[in-house]
Design a protein around this ligand. Structure first.
Ligand SMILES: [Zn+2]
Ligand SMILES: [Zn+2]
Length: 267
């Protein structure tokens, strides 16, 4: 699986990145300075290297290992392959929704996750802007779920590729036609919905935690269809974080600074 897995991941990632970046030039939702790109893509590069070093097996490797050991619920008996994939993708997506809520809830996790929220504008690169330690913790959580569930490696690959694609899409700075926005938001977290999550208002940050489908937010009561000030006027970022929001080194040490204790949310 390893060789074509890398090609598939890189192929989907780079083609979607280019497509969304072009759409942002053609149909931008609002002005977004590209000066932030160096910091956002720098975090992505450091995070990717850290993941490769600390978890050389990667999430699909963990799934294959669990299968060899016959660990996990789905590895206890034969299930139809498609059913196993659907169950695993749904469970992993729900786990990521709750992980996101917990990252907002616990002070030390919020410090890490606030690096994502300090971005002063939203575009495709914000979907890749996460502190490396948040990425590593996220991999630990995912691995625990993969092993407990006995998730098939193919399901893990589908989940990761789709989640990455959804994250780039829902952070993108594109103006979707109203009709498309309203049909899409029934099945997908749209940029307008996720923009509310990046609002400076605490009660708005405390909503729309989903990265892919809006259904978890509906189910667990965190869905917010509209921003209080209107979708076009949402103030993005964290108050007071502006000066350091675009500096790579400052972002890496941000969680360890005393003043990075922004008001967080009660979930
Ligand atoms: Zn968040
Ligand atoms: Zn976000």
């Amino acid at each position: 699986m390893a060789e074509w897995e890398g090609v598939l991941r890189l192929g989907v990632f780079s083609s979607l990145f280019v497509a969304l970046a072009l759409l942002e030039v053609w149909q931008p939702f609002r002005r977004a300075s590209r000066r932030r790109w160096l910091a956002n893509l720098g975090l992505l590069a450091i995070g990717s290297v850290a993941l490769r070093v600390v978890f050389p097996l990667a999430a699909t490797g963990v799934a294959l290992w669990a299968q060899q050991q016959s660990w996990g619920l789905l590895n206890q008996r034969e299930w139809p392959a498609l059913l196993e994939i659907v169950i695993a993708v749904v469970v992993l997506d729900c786990a990521i929704y709750w992980q996101h809520r917990v990252f907002h809830r616990l002070p030390w996790l919020w410090r890490l996750h606030s690096v994502h929220h300090t971005d002063t504008a939203l575009d495709v690169t914000t979907g890749l802007r996460f502190h490396p330690i948040e990425l590593l913790l996220s991999m630990v959580v995912k691995s625990v779920f993969i092993v407990a569930l006995g998730a098939p490696a193919l399901a893990v690959l589908i989940f990761e590729v789709v989640l990455n694609a959804c994250s780039m899409f829902n952070h993108s700075n594109i103006a979707l036609p109203n009709k498309l926005e309203h049909s899409l938001r029934r099945v997908l977290i749209t940029p307008t919905l996720h923009r509310i999550h990046h609002s400076q208002r605490v009660e708005e940050t405390n909503s729309n935690f989903g990265f892919s489908v809006p259904w978890w937010d509906w189910l667990f009561g965190s869905f917010r269809a509209q921003a209080r000030e209107g979708d076009t006027a949402v103030r993005l970022g964290l108050p007071g974080a502006q000066q350091r929001a675009g500096q790579l080194l400052a972002l890496l040490i941000l969680p360890f600074r005393r003043e990075s204790n922004w008001p967080r949310n009660k979930t």
